[in-house]
Write a protein that binds this ligand. Sequence first.
Ligand SMILES: [Zn+2]
Length: 472
Amino acid sequence: MLNILRYILLILVFTYSAYSQENNFCGTEIPSQQWENIFSSLINDFKKTHEQNSSQQFTEYTIPVIFHVIHSGQSVGTFPNILQAQISSQVTVLNQDYAGTGFNCNTYPVNAFIQWAINQNLPAVNRDSLGRVKIANINIKFCLAEKDTSGNTLPEPGIERINLNSRGWVNPNTFAVPADLRSYFDGTIKPQSIWDVRKYLNIWISDKNASMPFTGFSTLPPLSTLPGISGAGEGTDSTDGIWSYSSAVGSAFIFPGGVYASPNVRGRTITHEAGHYLGLRHIWADGSCLTDYCADTPPAFTSNTGFPVYPLNPGSCSSPANSPNGEMFMNYMDYSADPAKYMFTYDQAVRMQTAMLNSPYRNQLGTHGLCVAVLGINSEGNSIPEGYLLMQNYPNPFNPVTEISFSMPGTENINLRIYNSLGREIAVLLNSTIEAGYHTVNWNAAKEPSGVYYYVLSTDKISISRKMVLIK
Ligand SMILES: [Zn+2]
C-alpha cells in the first residue's frame, strides 16, 4: 500500500514538473547586419543630439495597445480567452518595467557591474549613484486602446476577442514548429486582424502546442518601407507586432485570478518582446560572447534560465572580459525566469528611443486620442507601487451596474468614491480598512443619468482615478 502511495506521489510530482517547466524562449528573428548598420548610424545621431541636450531627458511616448485574443469558442475567462484583468495586469507590468521600477528591481545587488562600468569606461549617464550599471527609465508608456480603428469605444479597453472558427483559421496550437506558427500568423492571422500599425501596438495572444518551445515573438522595427530594403523579421503594415502564449500574459501577483504557467508569471515575456519591437537584441546576442551593440551590457556565453545568483559566470567571456561581475541575467533580454529579470540599461533605452524617433511605423505612434489611462502610473506620472494595481471596472460602458476591482499590497485605510463629469462627488463606495488582496465592489447607477463618471481610489499613500461611461 505504501509503495502504491509512493508511486502515485511520484506520478504527481512528475506531472507537476511537466506543467511547471514551461520555458520562456523567444522566436524573434535575428536582425540582418544591414539592419544593424543602418540602426547603429541612427543611434550615433541620437546620442549626439541627446547628449548635447542639457536636461538629457528622454522624450516621453505613450503607445496604445490592442490585444487580439484568439480563441476557439471558450467563454471569457476560460483559457486561452483570458480575462480583461489578466490583460490589464500586463500593461501595468509594461509600464513599471519601462519606467525602471519593475518588480524585484530593489533586489539589484549593491555592487552590480561596478567593475564592468569602470573597465568599459562607461560615461556617467550609464551609471547610477553607486557606480553600478544603471536601471534605465525608458520613458515609454503603454495604454489599453479605448477606441477601435473607426473611433468606436471598445467594450473592453485594449481587447478584441476573435473566435478563430468564425474566420476559418487553423488553431495555433496545431503548430509544433516555431517557424510554422510564425508563418501562419504572418501569412494569415495577422493580415486579417491587424489594426493600423502607425497607431497601435498589435499583440496577438493564443494557445500553443505543448511541444512548441517559444512563448513569444516580435517583429523588429522596420528602418525603411522601400521594397527590397526590408529584411527578415522586420514588421510590415500587415505583420507588425507581437505574439505571446496566452498564459504568459500578465502578472499572477497583480491578478491572481488569471491563467499562468510557471515561470512566466510576471508578464516579462511581453516586456522582452516589446524590447525586440523597439530594436533590442538578446543579451547574449544569439551567439557566444557576441555583441548586442550595447556597451553597458557585459557579453554572455549563452542565454540563462531559472533564478541565477549574482555574480553569474564571471570570466565566461574574455573579449571584452566580463569578470569579475559576470553576465547580466537580470536583464529583460535574457531568458531568466520572470521574477529574476528587472532591468533595461541606458544603452538599451537609447536603442528604443532611436526606434521611436526613426522607424517608419514607430515614429507615428502616440496616443492619437485612443486612450487616456496609463495603468501602473499615477497622476503625477510616477509608477504606482506594485500591488495597488489593476483598478478597473467591468463592463464599461455599463447600465446600470458595473463592478470595480482593485488589489492592495497590504492592509490600509481606503477610500473609493464616484464623481460625475462636473467633479461632484455622488457616491462613497468604500471608506474603511481593507485587507491585502484582490477586491471587487459593485456600483449601481440606476438613479444617475447617462454620462461620464470617474472613480477615485485613495489611500494614505496613493490616489488613482479612472473614467467610466454610463449609457442608458
Ligand atoms: Zn527574444
